[in-house]
Design a protein around this ligand. Structure first.
Ligand code: CAA
Length: 380
């Protein structure tokens, strides 16, 4: 395994760190409060070629590797975790399955503009009774000549509010459980497609999480991804990549907690000295720094494995599991170091804490990641 960053990776990291500090950080607290979808951030990320990073250049993407992608998601999430997940979903949960599984003839309209960041994509898998167990979904798709008619709804769809199209999953054969699920691209303009409830959330407040409702939603049959019945595997393959993005998001949030805490501990004085002079604070910072590095290395390893073209489900699950739990521990310690100020929303720490929690939940809870990891350990 060779995960030393290349010169190109280092340059990308440096320029994205400056970009995030200059363009994304100043408005992060405001977006968190207003809960408005940050279209302006998406546009700025598009100008930096961050919206279709791993999509080939011939399809409108930047043709970069997965290591560059995790560097970008870490840097964005360091300052604004909502922007981090918005960009991650467009890259991993929309552009990836469309590039890999869509028919060539639909890519001009349904991939290239999304990879270039002129349009926004999202991913609809979860339903009220199908979260950790997506094979229990109720949304149906029935073939009708050269169209499909979709009926059902999807919940907790990140980016849904701002999205122009969604990758959605529906049952095409109710007798076959996961083998009867198929994947489609549905456009906002398709008849019978509408946005339902807009969620108000604990963290990542402006990432536009909504319900998507499809009522006799008519889409061309060419918008089927892969073949009928392949939808469950397409969802799993897509989530493997998505989980690397969420691991990188968690690393970014945890690093934010570490850097802000390190700085604050050298400014804040109690008992006549800087609180960083107290060993209790030093030990917390030392643990945070060690865990952030470990989480980042697991994330790089998963990205590297993906770039080798090998199966990386195990490495992605390990990276997401560990990094998300590190993000919770680091932000909890961060609030403790800030004391009462950490609890107030004048400082970013309480936002980091609220934003961290969802990384243990979406794109597969920590319990699901443990199931994936154990299944690799125990297979014969
Ligand atoms: N890649 C390709 N194929 C895979 C796969 C993968 N990573 N994982 C499983 N499969 C295949 C299996 O090989 C099996 O194939 P066969 O039928 O040919 O044998 C098939 O899929 C079924 O596998 P399992 O029997 O293991 O399936 P399961 O029903 O037991 O579920 C699970 C496994 C890992 C628990 C899975 O259901 C899972 O990941 N659940 C969590 C779902 C999730 O992450 N939801 C988040 C929603 S997205 C989101 O968060 C919204 C957002 O906007 C951010």
């Amino acid at each position: 395994m060779d995960i030393v960053l290349s010169k190109e990776n280092e340059l990308i990291r440096q320029s994205l760190r400056e970009f995030a500090a200059r363009e994304i950080a100043p408005k992060a607290a405001e977006y968190d409060r207003s809960r408005e979808f940050p279209f302006e951030n998406f546009r700025k990320c598009a100008e930096m070629n961050l919206t279709g990073m791993m999509v080939s250049e011939s399809q409108g993407g930047a043709g970069m590797d997965t290591i560059s992608y995790v560097l970008a998601i870490e840097e964005l999430s360091r300052v604004c975790a909502s922007t981090g997940v918005i960009i991650s979903v467009n890259n991993s949960l929309y552009c990836h399955p469309v590039e890999k599984f869509a028919r060539e003839e639909i890519k001009k309209n349904l991939l290239a503009p999304f990879a270039r960041g002129e349009k926004i994509g999202c991913f609809g898998l979860s339903e009220p009774d199908a979260g950790s167990d997506p094979s229990n979904m109720r949304t149906t798709a029935v073939r009708d000549g050269d169209h499909y008619l979709l009926n059902g709804s999807k919940i907790f769809v990140t980016n849904g509010l701002g999205a122009d199209a969604a990758v959605v999953f529906a049952v095409t054969d109710a007798t076959s459980r996961h083998k009867g699920i198929s994947a489609f691209v549905v456009e906002k303009g398709n008849s019978g497609f509408r946005i339902g409830k807009q969620e108000r959330k604990l963290g990542i407040t402006c990432s536009g999480s909504v319900e998507i409702i499809m009522e006799d939603c008519k889409i061309p049959a060419t918008q089927l991804l892969g073949k009928e019945g392949e939808g469950f595997k397409i969802a799993m393959n897509t989530l493997d990549g998505g989980r690397i993005g969420i691991a990188a998001q968690a690393v970014g949030i945890a690093r934010g907690a570490l850097e802000e805490s390190t700085r604050y501990s050298q400014e804040r004085k109690q008992f006549g000295k800087k609180i960083s002079d107290f060993q209790a604070i030093q030990f917390m910072l030392a643990d945070m720094a060690t865990e952030v590095d470990a989480a980042r290395l697991l994330t790089y390893r998963a990205a590297w494995k993906k770039d080798q073209g090998e199966r990386y489900s195990l490495e992605a699950a390990m990276a997401k599991l560990f990094a998300s739990e590190v993000a919770m521990r680091a932000t909890t310690k961060g609030i403790q170091i800030f004391g009462g100020y950490g609890y107030m929303n004048d400082y970013p720490m309480e936002r980091f804490f609220r934003d961290a929690k969802v990384t243990e939940i979406y794109e597969g809870t920590s319990e699901i990641q443990r199931i994936v990891i154990a299944s690799h350990l125990l297979k014969d």
